[in-house]
Design a binder for this molecule. Structure first.
Ligand SMILES: NC(=O)c1ccc[n+]([C@@H]2O[C@H](COP(=O)([O-])OP(=O)(O)OC[C@H]3O[C@@H](n4cnc5c(N)ncnc54)[C@H](OP(=O)(O)O)[C@@H]3O)[C@@H](O)[C@H]2O)c1
Length: 359
């Protein structure tokens, strides 16, 4: 039995559909029992269990986790739920996969441990694929052209914001979990090293965009693990309304409405673009999708299947550090396209701003 909390939300519904039948029986939970029942009766053709459960009700959460081999958390915002679902899963003897998590739950879980169970967090697109794919590119590149020196990452596009994702967007910003405008140089984080680039054209992005430098906890981890001399990570925004509203929005619902307005009459898309440069050449890996939530769900379902199959060791892991990138890419077929090429010229948006230090 796999329990999917938030199993009728955007990520949860798509992940449940990928898991149902293929891996195990599924249990779908959320605060709205009727919505869970409708989803199981409709999308799953009655093949699954529908549960009404609020993650903030410890008894109900424990009952939901009881009897599950793996609990998949697709409820959110993860900055509100933190590690409570994971801890309930461990208490009931279940392993755990989280579509989000990262900084929001890692510290708590690292402190308390997993009680011998397996936990894979950050098992989505961003974070998740955004950490896994640079590692993949680095492994491929070092095989034929020496060690990587510099990584440039551009991720973003145009998509709706669900209630939980909008909540995480606001809460993550408020907690300052990553560092805006920071870059990675000489093996370490450099504050205010980069500046936003407005109205720029980037390969694979269909129109002009704003590229906003942001060094996340995942980005720092990857840059350190790969021993990169330099790395630049940009959030790419196809319309400036969401960015402008993010600092003033008072609720997730407001932000979600602005994203909806931004999308009106336009075609949603999302691009993950990685460029890795070594001494002799630059390799580019690009993943494109029309639905970032379906792509996240494909990653989450892949992680859940890997855990269920016993392929992930006990303990707490970030998805990007423990999953197999080649198998992951194969599992994304139908949801996203992936391409690796040496034919794209290196992109350089970095106009030097100023650095911390003394004159
Ligand atoms: N890593 C990535 O790339 C990535 C991408 C997209 C989303 N995410 C993350 O994935 C999570 C889900 O996002 P989503 O887009 O699927 O959101 P969503 O469409 O808003 O769905 C959230 C689901 O969780 C349920 N839920 C909310 N609060 C709950 C609670 N207290 N107890 C039980 N269930 C609860 C909701 O149902 P009810 O409201 O009826 O309870 C709904 O089914 C979020 O944390 C989001 O930030 C990660």
């Amino acid at each position: 039995m796999i329990g999917v909390l938030g199993g009728y939300g955007a990520v949860g519904a798509a992940a449940t559909l990928l898991l149902a039948g293929r891996a195990a029986r599924v249990r779908v939970g959320g605060r709205d029992g009727a919505a869970a029942r409708r989803f199981v009766a409709g999308a799953l053709g009655g093949e699954g269990e529908a549960w009404q459960v609020d993650a903030f009700d410890p008894d109900a959460l424990a009952r939901f986790c009881r009897g599950c081999q793996v609990v998949v958390n697709c409820a959110g915002p993860s900055y509100l739920l933190r590690d409570r679902v994971a801890r309930a899963a461990f208490e009931e003897g279940a392993d755990y996969v989280d579509a989000a998590g990262d900084a929001a739950s890692f510290a708590g879980l690292a402190a308390t441990g997993t009680g011998g169970r397996t936990a894979v967090i950050s098992a989505g697109m961003l974070p998740g694929l955004t950490g896994l794919l640079p590692r993949h590119l680095a492994a491929l590149s070092s095989a034929h052209s020496g060690p990587a020196v510099r990584l440039d990452v551009y991720t973003g596009g145009l998509d709706r914001l669900t209630p939980a994702a909008a909540g995480d967007f606001l809460l993550a910003g408020a907690e300052e979990r990553g560092a805006a405008l920071a870059g990675w140089r000489d093996g370490g984080k450099v504050a205010r090293a980069l500046t936003p680039a407005h109205d720029v054209e980037l390969p694979y992005f269909p129109g002009p965009v704003t590229a906003y430098p942001y060094l996340s906890a995942e980005a720092e981890r990857v840059a350190a693990d790969l021993g990169l001399a330099e790395a630049r990570w940009y959030n790419v925004i196809a319309g400036d309304r969401v960015l402008a509203t993010a600092s003033t929005a008072t609720s997730a619902a407001d932000l979600a409405r602005v994203a909806e307005l931004e999308l009106a009459g336009r075609t949603p898309y999302y691009v993950l673009l990685f460029q890795l440069s070594g001494p002799h050449n630059t390799s580019t890996l690009v993943v494109r999708t029309a639905d970032s939530y379906a792509l996240t769900a494909a990653v989450t379902a892949h992680a859940a299947r890997a855990v269920l199959a016993g392929e992930v060791p006990d303990g707490l892991h970030h998805a990007d550090a423990v999953l197999d990138p080649a198998r992951m890419l194969a599992d994304l077929e139908g949801v996203a396209t992936a391409e690796i090429t040496d034919a794209v010229a290196p992109i350089d948006l970095a106009a030097p701003a100023f650095e911390e230090g003394a004159l």
